[in-house]
Ligand binder design. Sequence first.
Ligand code: GLN
Length: 451
Amino acid sequence: TTSYITAIDGANELNAYVTKTPEKALEMAKASDERIAKGEARPLEGIPLGIKDLYCTKGVGAYACSHILDGFTPEYESTVTQNLWDDGAVMLGKLAMDEFAMGSTTETSYFGPVKNPWRAEGESIDRVPGGSSGGSAAAVAARICAGATASDTGGSIRQPAAFTGTVGIKPTYGRCSRWGMIAFASSLDQAGPIARTVRDAAIMMKSMASVDAKDTTSVDLPVPDYEAALTGDIKGMKVGIPKEYRVDGMPEEVEANWQQGIDWLKAAGAEIVDISLPMTKYALPAYYIVAPAEASSNLARYDGVKYGLRVNGNDIIDMYEKTRAAGFGSEVKRRILIGTYVLSAGYYDAYYLRAQKIRSLIKQDFEKAFQSVDTILTPATPSAAFELNKEITDPVEMYLNDIFTVTVNMAGLPGISVPSGKNGQGLPMGLQLIGKAFDEETLFRTAGVLE
Ligand code: GLN
């Protein structure tokens, strides 16, 4: 813990931490030392972790990297973080993210952008760490935490993991409790870890998962020993390759990386099966209706009364308006506008209802595919990490980053991103494995072979 605290201060340039809690960390580490001395070590005893700023942590600010949560210090602990502390983990601090988890670069954070510790060979240009869990991914990659919590609504664990050469898993919807996680889109949000290796991710996942009376969408199923699933044996496993993921204009290096993954799995004895997921092309537009709709509703609670920032006005309505105008960043405002529009009486049927129908069809696509395969292999992202501060004026261009990941959230399935080598510029690349509901074990086992 001491060496991590030193390393964190030495890596300020990355801007990965928005809140550092060194005193708390040392106190927790001391308690862990005492436990170890007594022979009472728990599974994560003394392991120093970073926590995405979207998790409520008792007595430590939780801002979701938004100005509107200025000064908000939760009175309670999220279930996921409590589970980690109950297993002996140590908290190093809170990690940067896109504001309210909306974004793919961590540039929408109120606390400024995070730098990816990776750069292209021979270049001095900073790259984005991906998003929204960019602080988590950058911190794990830079070795300024042993592992980190993250969250994934449309790819926010898997895409930053792919951009930083780390492992990230979004488990099945319901595997982790969402209680105490600041909500973005409640029917899509899931907690998960970002870690250095598949084994580390498996160990963290086991601690994070639980059924919870405080989240009725959490599922009462035994949590398997994910680490034990890492047998390395995938002989006879059927791996689906969906043709619809071979999208137009897919860069050569992404295609080559995917083929490499196919070859590795084949060499390990897996059987490769061509499959079709015909609804894939509708996933992104449907996601960008469902997610903003839920976000607009979830974010209605930030009104200057209950949480964080208040900007005084002439009357209460004026106060609400001034607070929300000053407190939310432009991407969040865009999502609120889209969300309220698609939910409004005149447009509900045309947009929201249709998107929900598409969501059912996407789910059915996967159900059909999983009748003949055990897991599905796809690229994790359509490119490696791009440059920081790149002028992207069209928001849709940014949304295209999520093309391979959003389907998984729409269907509630588990997805893991695993490092699969580097591109021609020496930047990390990632592959995604998608699994059947609650079959994270197959993902860990297969990812262990690809790693
Ligand atoms: N990039 C996606 C979005 O902006 C996904 C975000 C997420 O998974 N939290 O909505």
